[in-house]
Each structure stands twice: as C-alpha cells, then as structure tokens.
Ligand binder design. Structure first.
Ligand code: ATP
Length: 379
C-alpha cells in the first residue's frame, strides 16, 4: 500500500470539519468480521466515548484510527486529511495523534520528566524540559519529575503516560481503557483529573471503555457498539433517556424487565398502560424500567387498600421484600402484582437512605420517562 498523503480536497465537507471521521469502516480478522460498516464523526474539541461489551470491536476501531491496524475497507480522515483509504495509509507517527493504552509502558530507565518529554522531537533540550514540566504540572505530577517510574504508584504512572501523550499537543487523543488498571477510588480520581486536563486543553478525544458509567462521566457524546457495529450515537442524556433499543437501555443501568402484549398501541403494566406507538396489536413487547423510575412511599389506607392493584395511572401497590443501603442510594426489592395478576419482583433505587421494613406495604409510582417499550425480540 502506498504511503502518499492525500490532500484535504479529497475529503467530504463533513469530514473536513471533523477532527476525526471514520466512514464505512469494516475490518475482519482471519475472515471473521469484527468491525462492520462503522461511520463515526468527532468534532474538534469533543470528547467521544466508544463503549460496548468486551470483544465488540472498540480497540480495533481505535487502532485503525491510530494507523496501528491497516485499514481494510472505508476511509479515515483526521482534520480534513485522508490518512487511510484504499490508496493511502499514513503511518501512525505522521497522524499527529496522542495514544494512551491500557498497558501504557513508561520507559523504566528514563526519569519521569524524560518520559513526559519523550515525544517532543525537534525541540531543544531546554524547551523540551519546559514543556515536559508543564504537562506534568497539568496532571499533578510535577513533584516527581526526577523520579524513576518504578517508585510511582499505578495511578501516578498513568498520569505520566497521559502527560507524555499530551506533551506534543496532538490534535487528536486516542485513549484505550486508560483507567482500567486502577482500583475504583483511584480510577474515579484520575478520570476526573483527566477529564479536566483534556477539556481545558481543548483536546479532541476518542476514549474506549467497556464501562457505561465511565462513558457517561467522560463523554460529551457516546457511541455505543455491539458486535462490530455502532448502534447509537448521542449525548449521555440522549443515550440514557432515549435508548434506541433494549440492548442500549440495559447496557447503561440495571433495568426491571416486564412483558406484555400490545393492544391499540398500548401495553398494560401494573402502573397502567404505556404507549407502544411503533408496535402492532398482538405483538409481544418488553417494558424496561430503570430502578430510579420507581418512587416508593409507605402505602396509605392499610391492608385492604394495599391489596388493590393500584390506580393504573402511574401508581401500583406493592410489598417490600427487602431493602439495602448502597451508599448514595438505597435499593428496595419489592413484589408488585403484574397486569396478569402474577407477582413481579421489581427493584427501585431511591436517593439516600430509605429502608422500609420487610413485608411493609408501599405505594409505587412510575416515572414514565424512564420506562421504555420495545418489541420482545429486540435485544
Ligand atoms: P475489549 O473491551 O475486551 O478490549 P474490544 O471491544 O476492544 O474488546 P477488540 O479488541 O477490537 O474488541 O476485538 C474485537 C474482536 O477481534 C475480538 O473477538 C478479538 O478477539 C478479535 N481480535 C482483535 N485483535 C485481533 C487480532 N490481532 N487477531 C485476531 N483477532 C483479533
């Protein structure tokens, strides 16, 4: 494959404005497709998270964008320059991208400052040192400039790796599971810091993660992948509040799953009938309800009223099975009579400490904006 560089005029108008554009990218290993017809556009300054289950093709996309994997089909455009298509394959070092991988390796024989300044080719020693110190300060590691990597903790090494990637001021950062080697508390701290460093520096970033919460924490927008395809792209609010399919709804939180049969574009639930505008009468449907969509309050009116099915207008009666404090929220397990009379086991997530007694009667209210109806076979 030739190594010529295409002119910006080769790229389409959208790709020219984008920081990174993947167009119709497909990839197979040993004849097995792992990336299928992916289109993805990241605008300058945007932080895009690519999220999906293990093995869905995220890393392969990142490697294709970086030039570490040779493109098989489609086109990759970085800041208006075609860096890979049928005729062009610009090598990674000429793509002006900063890379941080899961198994980031610092050079053990170089001090932290030398590691951070490693990619600063073409600068004099003093300028290189100044820039290395600057990025180390950004990630809170200036005090370790003279140390060797082996004395640093995992989180500190991670921050040096980030500084090293940022130092040449790449126009595009590609991060693959950069926080995965860190324990929970440290991961939260480092990703918070990384978010601020990336956003304050105006970097355009594609970050790969399998962690849906991390994607929502970090991403201006999120691209959800499944089995090689990008199945939804949107802001965290779009993805969480308007999931395109049952898989996306279930990937971003635990969900309560109910079943029903559609009649007149509605499907019955213990909380009344929910709209199912895209389904035909007689179709089996699944109803996915986020645990925070269920508000729980002690039932008024005692046993007799609690035995009734609820008002069918967003409310149902239930009985507490058990309740657990999870820290910031409480999880209430409850039994609620289903539309067919059988008891459903549902979970409600309630802010703060809310621990009703086991067996107590409760009123359960549904926030319909967090309940989603899909065909039963949509998964
Ligand atoms: P993870 O979150 O587990 O890293 P991923 O979504 O990043 O997964 P990829 O690493 O892109 O997924 O892998 C996609 C599929 O391609 C997997 O089935 C993987 O085993 C396979 N694969 C990746 N690299 C190669 C390779 N060099 N040769 C053969 N198969 C590969």
């Amino acid at each position: 494959m030739s190594r010529r560089t295409a002119s910006p005029s080769d790229a389409g108008a959208e790709a020219e404005q984008a920081a990174l554009s993947l167009e119709g990218v497909s990839h197979a290993f040993d004849g097995v497709p792992v990336v299928v017809d992916v289109d993805l556009t990241i605008t300058p300054g945007e932080l895009m998270c690519l999220v999906g289950p293990s093995g869905c093709g995220k890393t392969t996309i990142l490697r294709i964008a970086a030039g570490l994997e040779e493109l098989q089909q489609g086109r990759v455009v970085i800041h208006g320059r075609v860096v890979a298509d049928g005729a062009v394959q610009v090598p990674p070092e000429e793509r002006e991208v900063g890379l941080v991988f899961q198994d980031f390796a610092l050079f053990p024989h170089l001090r932290v400052e030398e590691n951070a300044g490693f990619g600063l080719v073409g600068l004099g020693a003093a300028a290189r040192r100044a820039r290395a110190r600057e990025v180390l300060a950004q990630v809170g590691m200036a005090g370790f400039a003279a140390s060797y990597p082996h004395v640093l903790s995992g989180g500190q090494q991670q921050r040096v790796a980030l500084a090293r990637a940022l130092a040449p001021r790449p126009r595009l950062m590609l991060l693959d599971e950069p926080f995965s080697g860190l324990d929970t508390r440290l991961r939260e701290q480092i990703r918070d810091q990384t978010l601020h460093v990336l956003k304050s520096g105006g970097a355009t970033t594609l970050l790969v993660t399998h962690d849906s919460e991390e994607a929502m924490f970090m991403g201006d927008r999120i691209a959800v992948m499944r089995e090689g395809r990008v199945i939804q792209v949107g802001t965290p609010v779009d993805i969480y509040c308007r999931p395109a399919c049952a898989f996306v709804a279930g990937f971003f939180s635990e969900v309560n799953r109910l079943e029903g049969i559609v009649a007149d574009q509605r499907v019955r639930t213990p909380f009344g009938a929910l709209a199912a505008p895209d389904l035909r009468s007689g179709d089996p449907a699944q109803i996915l309800i986020r645990p925070e969509a269920l508000g729980v309050a002690p039932a008024e009116g005692g046993e007799a009223q609690a035995a009734a099915a609820g008002d069918g207008k967003g409310h149902a009666k239930g009985r507490v099975i058990t309740a657990r404090l999870l820290g910031r929220s409480s999880l209430v397990h409850m039994g609620v009579a289903g539309a067919d009379g059988k008891e459903l086991h549902l979970h409600a997530r309630v802010p703060g400490r809310f621990l009703p007694a086991e067996g107590s009667l409760i009123d359960v209210a549904l926030d319909e904006s967090m309940a989603f109806v899909f065909p039963a076979d949509d998964d």
